[in-house]
Design a protein around this ligand. Structure first.
Ligand code: SF4
Ligand code: SF4
Length: 296
């Protein structure tokens, strides 16, 4: 081979590599702009916060990993489905990413979280608002973007995914020492909903945010059931550092005792358009409302 032939081939190879790199950069830019467009649209359609978490990242998140090792828990917020262990996520085929949306839940609007049984849909006013936003996003994705979405129920046993982990991976905030999602803008005073989509986008988080570092933990002190009084989960037992309550100091059994008390103290309410009498339950939010993050 002559030296001129070698030069020609090197130039061709160099051009091929440059074209490929340009191609990759263009694809990355398109993916990035699609991600931003979805997040911006979710906010325009009513979400206060929104982000995207890749399913592959979610499968590695603490709740998803620990749920396989943790003893089965039967309490408020879990459901019994025959043949399925409680707390184990079943991923719909074709789901590649999760969109998480959140609505602010300020203390002066406690009614957003009052749980009403006997109504036809939604259970809480906040959940009905979230479901309406999710529907608008799903309609837009399908109609304008050709993206298929999977709307999810609330309970894991009915097909949901872990929302707090989704929110962390999507960059909305971090898990606080009260075992709740804490966000820079609203603190823990939020309600969330997740939907899945069938295109592969990178996660929009996590973010560098740790308000608990030097905090005197009023959240833990506020708990009427002392659910944060002792270590329940250890790294030795579960093989991970990211434990419930951040350091394993959280008893969902003690928290559930308060949920049972709250459920028993229900109020009877009339439900519009229905003859049946409904029950309204005001669940404890003490560890949430005591957190100072986002109150200014
Ligand atoms: S009160 Fe403090 S320790 Fe508790 S979640 Fe908020 S920032 Fe973290
Ligand atoms: S919700 Fe209430 S009972 Fe449960 S951990 Fe928080 S403060 Fe304690």
């Amino acid at each position: 081979m002559t030296s001129s032939n070698t030069d020609d081939r090197e130039v061709a190879l160099l051009k091929f590599s440059c074209d490929n790199i340009k191609g990759f950069i263009m694809i990355d830019e398109k993916i990035e702009s699609l991600s931003q467009e979805i997040v911006a649209k979710a906010k325009a359609l009513g979400a206060d916060l929104a982000g995207i978490a890749k399913v592959e990242d979610l499968k590695q998140s603490p709740s998803h990993k620990i749920s396989e090792k943790i003893p089965e828990f039967d309490g408020v917020g879990t459901k019994s489905v025959e043949g399925r262990k409680r707390g184990i996520v079943q991923w719909p085929e074709g789901a590649k990413c999760a969109i998480v949306i959140a609505l602010a839940h300020p203390p002066e609007k406690p009614e957003l979280d009052w749980w009403v049984t006997g109504s036809s849909a939604g259970n809480t006013a906040g959940n009905q608002l979230l479901m309406a936003v999710v529907k608008k996003i799903a309609d837009w994705l399908e109609r304008d973007m050709g993206i298929r979405s999977f709307k999810l129920p609330y309970h894991i046993e009915h097909g949901a995914v872990y929302m707090k982990d989704t929110a962390v991976i999507a960059g909305l905030g971090c898990i606080g020492k009260n075992n709740i999602l804490i966000t820079p803008r609203y603190g823990p005073r939020l309600r969330m909903r997740v939907m899945l989509i069938d295109i592969d986008l990178p996660s929009t988080g996590p973010i560098d945010f740790n308000p608990c570092l030097n905090c005197p933990m009023p959240c833990r002190k506020a708990c009427p059931q002392h659910a944060f009084s002792r270590k329940i989960y250890t790294k030795e037992e579960y093989g991970m550092n990211e434990l419930p309550g951040r350091s394993g100091v959280y008893s969902r059994f003690q928290c559930n005792q308060q949920m049972d008390i709250d459920s028993a103290n229900f109020e009877v309410v009339e439900i519009e358009g229905q003859e049946m009498i409904g029950k309204r339950v005001k669940y404890c939010r003490e560890c949430e409302l005591a957190c100072p993050v986002g109150t200014d």
